[in-house]
Design a protein around this ligand. Structure first.
Ligand code: ADP
Length: 496
């Protein structure tokens, strides 16, 4: 086997893993011949060496995407674009176990939970496949002697940069709407989790996409990511990741060609439990809200706010529920929480935990490493926190939640809105008026009532305040990938 492919064995499947950069429908080595190792976070051991993209490779990939955009892809009808996406979704469905196994191996997410990611990735592609031939402009009655209409045209070459927390799901949120609307893409995966997108790249080729439409590169943020962010022949950048890097992406666009930018950034989302909430329900969703995907969700309900009347009962029940979360080997059937994705993330989270202890918060549950090997952290609950504490203000991106007490609705809203972020929020109450009033008052792109973390590819997702710019998913995402052209056709005589 050449070093562009490797055979990988997981507890579920043995498969052929592509290792190269996927440019023009071929797997190739990077121009500088560099590779980097991707790590299994459950064992801290290397899985395989991957070819690394540098600036030169970004140039090559962008040229391929440009050629496809100006050439073959333009000849493809909207209906056919949808067929390619549906074909790709069929192939992912065929290989669903392999894809789940790759996510469990490379990211550390529980195999059974990875199924949620892959099923939704497939659904997302099919959803946008359906949109491909439904991109409509308007005819506008400006004047009896003029035919005025709009066309919603693709933007061009899209640079897409995704994080490691939902490797294939983020891939589908980016690829689906971009390709359905007729763009071409150069997508960079996160350096921690390159494998599932490369495997899917193989399926892109099998699905018959013309060369250059979808290009997938592996590499580091400060090299390949920055090269995408600054590239003058990229017409649009879509980024999901930290608020810090999001700022750089926007600055790069302002300093260069003013490309369109959409950003999906961090969060510190409140999950508000009122006295009259169904306690069983609220406990389940609070637990799922923070500990799903090991707390590595931008929308995680990382600040639980509980009304004083049920506070003590809630804490006791949350402790009990949290201790039932099975932490461990992602490939075991009943595992809910696997390892954090990397040593760096593990260290960051442990630092926040020690900061919380030093700041005087009470550690109600967890707070330690789990086991001796792998980046596992115990589900952790802090109580007796104050709004100014770092653990209450900053995104921890791990299995750590703070619980605060509030008196009334006004205080819940004030605390709910007390961070720089505005990605999501949860409300638990049986009172419909409370639910609607509070959801209207919260600065959040998504509000879940009597639930948490329910994300549907049909519904828009994105942030208020410093949680981002633009909306992904649903019909809203089509606007990110199209630009409106007004055409005026004069029927009558010359006016001037
Ligand atoms: P995290 O800290 O959670 O890894 P990042 O925002 O650093 O989040 O990473 C998200 C994505 O952004 C990854 O694909 C990463 O490689 C990329 N990235 C990181 N730094 C930059 C940068 N300066 N320019 C462009 N992309 C970057």
């Amino acid at each position: 086997m050449s070093d562009l492919f490797a055979t990988i064995e997981t507890p579920v499947t043995k498969y052929e893993q592509p290792l190269g950069l996927f440019i023009n429908n071929e797997f190739v080595k990077g121009a500088k011949g560099q590779t980097f190792e991707t790590i299994n976070p459950s064992t801290e051991k290397g899985i395989v060496a991957i070819h690394e993209a540098t600036e030169e490779d970004v140039d090559i990939a962008v040229a391929a995407a440009r050629a496809a955009f100006e050439g073959s892809w333009r000849q493809v009808t909207p209906h056919e674009r949808g067929r390619y996406l549906n074909k790709l979704a069929d192939l992912m469905e065929r290989d669903v176990d392999t894809l789940c196994a790759i996510e469990a191996l490379d990211n550390g997410k529980a195999f059974t939970m990875a199924n949620i990611d892959i099923t939704n990735s497939i659904g997302c592609l099919r959803y946008y496949a359906g949109w491909a031939d439904k991109i409509h402009g308007q005819t506008i009655d400006t004047n009896p002697e003029t035919l005025t209409y709009t066309r919603h045209e693709p933007i061009g070459v899209c640079g897409q940069i995704i994080p490691w927390n939902f490797p294939l799901l983020m891939w589908s949120w980016k690829i689906g709407p971009a390709v359905a609307t007729g763009n071409t893409v150069v997508l960079k995966t996160a350096e921690q989790t390159p494998l599932s997108a490369l495997y899917t790249a193989k399926l892109v080729k099998e699905a018959g996409f013309p060369a250059g439409v979808i290009n997938i590169i592996s590499g580091f943020g400060r090299v390949a990511g920055a090269a995408i962010s600054k590239h003058l022949d990229i017409d649009k950048v879509a980024f999901t990741g930290s608020t810090l890097v999001g700022r750089t992406i926007l600055q790069d666009a302002a300093k260069s060609n003013l490309r369109k930018v959409t950003l999906e950034l961090g969060g510190k989302s409140p999950n508000i439990i009122f006295d009259d909430a169904d306690i069983d329900n609220a406990i389940s969703w609070s637990n799922f809200g923070i500990f799903f995907n090991h707390g590595q969700c931008c929308a995680a309900g990382s600040r639980i706010l509980v009304q004083e009347g049920i506070y003590d009962k809630f804490i006791a029940r949350l402790k009990e529920r949290t201790s039932q979360n099975k932490v461990g080997n992602p490939f075991e059937q009943d595992t809910f929480q696997g390892p954090q994705v990397s040593q760096l993330q593990f260290d960051r989270i442990m630092e926040y935990i020690s900061h919380g202890k030093q700041a005087g918060a009470t550690l109600a549950v967890g707070g330690e490493r789990y086991g001796k090997e792998g980046y596992f952290i115990q589900p952790t609950v802090f109580t007796d926190v104050t709004t100014d504490m770092k653990i209450v203000q900053e995104e921890i991106f791990g299995p750590v939640v703070t619980v605060q007490k509030f008196k009334d609705e006004a205080e819940a809203i004030k605390l709910g809105n007390s961070t720089q972020y505005g990605l999501a929020a949860g409300i638990h109450t049986k009172n419909v008026n409370t639910a609607i009033r509070v959801s209207n008052a919260l600065h959040a792109g998504t509000v879940w009532i009597n639930s948490y973390n329910l994300i549907s590819y049909q519904a828009p997702f994105g942030g208020f305040k410093q949680s981002g710019i633009g909306r992904e998913l649903g019909s809203y995402a089509l606007e990110n990938y199209t630009q409106v052209k007004t055409v005026q056709y004069r029927l009558g005589d010359a006016l001037f």
